[in-house]
Design a protein around this ligand. Structure first.
Ligand SMILES: [Zn+2]
Length: 470
């Protein structure tokens, strides 16, 4: 497949380090709050990438960390620890918060058909590894101790600005955000590997280390977790575009300094979900979660479908209206699949191979999911048997994850099922007809109201009266 590599700034043919195998690392959630659907867009598109690689015949190992310590409110090593903040807010312990929101995160993923990663590693379970890596970075001169903390020395690198989106001016993040500058840093982009001087006395999670009791910086966890499970060469590192700097930049700095050779070859960054009034935060004061979508009556897979319709490297504008459009299209798609016959005719293998090749060509071109969806419509329109169509839809859906056959089967079942209370409804309709014939409008209207209260809507026409449940 061809994949846009943020590190080289171009689309490249994908060649894994070991033929046939892919190691894939995803920066997991900081588990202090429910996941925003904007963040879930990243996981969703990464899930499509993983599924596509498997579909294309690769043996994929996907690794994800869970940040349950060390992620400060500002990415520039300042502000309060997000986990401690969450715990304080909810009057719970940090570990309780971590467990609760980890479970909530994976429950959301499941609803969106995002596969559970092969490895999930909470950051707090890897302290010895961080200490080992930091010790080597100190020994080799890439790190220094100042004011009780251990810092990575970015001036020791030949190249720091890997993703090139930022210039020197831009990088004074701390200053720009109006948070206090860390005067221990020798260079403004240096970052903390190990904190001992926490400004927060109630920092709940602390571990002993050669540099004093403290806790790891955020970036070091991803490097160590990746190296533990994927080895010294990582094929694809994924994440939201907002993680490119400083998080991923710093991961590269410390990993390559530690290993002494290039570390991760392909970097895939998913762009933002925006609302009309700005960056993906809130929509009219609502914090956008999967639960909120459900409360408003949307199937979470409608959101998945919505995401698939646009390219992961473009920002996507979220609005309820846009989501409604996706819902209409998704429902229509399910209805079209449901309308396919159970035709037992054998699958036309030749036609199937042709459509599969087109699908692989589309999605394999830097994950063009909207063309992948188009390939699905092409199948529905194709001049081939319904059995072939069903087989192809099943096949493409291994990548797209829209549950199309399952939803279509459910829809057919619902349509075929006898409706509860149908006899009673029919009897009332007959009684109403009699009343109408006798010009007893009061009774006829009363029956209509009674039916309405039962959730039944009737429609009179020349052919008679039909009814539907509303
Ligand atoms: Zn990370």
């Amino acid at each position: 497949m061809k994949l846009y590599n943020s590190a080289s700034h171009k689309k490249e043919g994908f060649i894994p380090h070991e033929p046939g195998k892919v190691t894939m690392y995803t920066c997991g959630p900081t588990v202090y709050h429910f996941a925003h659907i904007g963040n879930l867009r990243s996981y969703l598109m990464e899930d499509v990438l993983e599924k596509f690689l498997r579909y294309d015949g690769y043996d994929v190992k996907r690794i994800m960390n869970i940040t349950d310590v060390g992620h400060l409110a500002s990415d520039a090593d300042t502000g309060e620890d997000k986990m401690v903040k969450g715990a304080k807010r909810e009057h719970k312990s940090v570990m309780e918060i971590a467990q609760f929101y980890t479970d909530a995160f994976f429950a959301d993923c499941k609803k969106l058909n995002i596969k559970y990663p092969d490895v999930v590693q909470p950051a707090t379970g890897m302290i010895d590894d961080y200490i080992k890596v930091i010790t080597k970075l100190l020994d080799t001169g890439y790190a220094y101790v100042a004011g009780g903390n251990v810092y990575f020395d970015t001036s020791k690198l030949e190249k720091y600005y890997v993703f090139n989106d930022h210039d020197e001016e831009d990088l004074a993040v701390g200053v720009r955000e109006g948070v206090e500058e860390d005067l221990n840093k020798r260079n403004k982009n240096d970052f903390v590997l190990w904190f001992t001087k926490s400004k927060f006395e109630d920092q709940a999670l602390k571990w002993d280390s050669p540099w004093g009791v403290g806790y790891p910086g955020w970036h070091i966890e991803c490097s160590c977790i990746s190296m533990k499970y994927a080895g010294e060469y990582l094929d694809i590192h994924c994440g939201g575009i907002d993680n490119a700097f400083p998080h991923h930049t710093n991961e590269i700095a410390q990993s390559e300094a530690y290993l002494g050779h290039p570390w991760c070859k392909y970097w895939m960054h998913v762009h933002h979900l925006n609302t009309n009034d700005g960056k993906m935060s809130k929509s009219k004061g609502e914090f956008l979660t999967v639960s909120l979508l459900e409360e408003k009556g949307y199937d979470p897979l409608v959101y998945r479908f919505f995401c698939l319709q646009s390219h992961y490297r473009k920002s996507l504008v979220f609005s309820w209206e846009n989501l409604d459009n996706a819902k209409v299209a998704y429902d229509k798609l399910v209805a079209r699949v449901a309308a396919l016959s159970d035709d037992p005719a054998p699958v036309d293998e030749e036609a199937a191979a042709k459509y599969k090749a087109a699908f692989i060509e589309a999605v394999g071109n830097d994950l063009n999911t909207s063309l992948g969806v188009t390939a699905l419509y092409d199948v529905l329109k194709a001049d081939t048997s319904d059995a072939t169509k069903r087989a192809l839809i099943d096949s493409f859906d291994q990548v797209l994850g829209l549950d199309l056959l399952k939803k279509a089967a459910a829809q057919r079942e619902k349509a075929a099922a006898p409706v509860e209370g149908a006899e009673e409804i029919e009897a009332l309709i007959a009684k109403r007809l009699e009343a109408k014939k006798a010009k007893d409008w009061a009774t006829a209207d009363a029956i209509r109201d009674q039916l309405k209260e039962m959730g039944v809507e009737i429609k009179d026409s020349k052919e008679g009266t039909t009814w539907t449940r509303v």
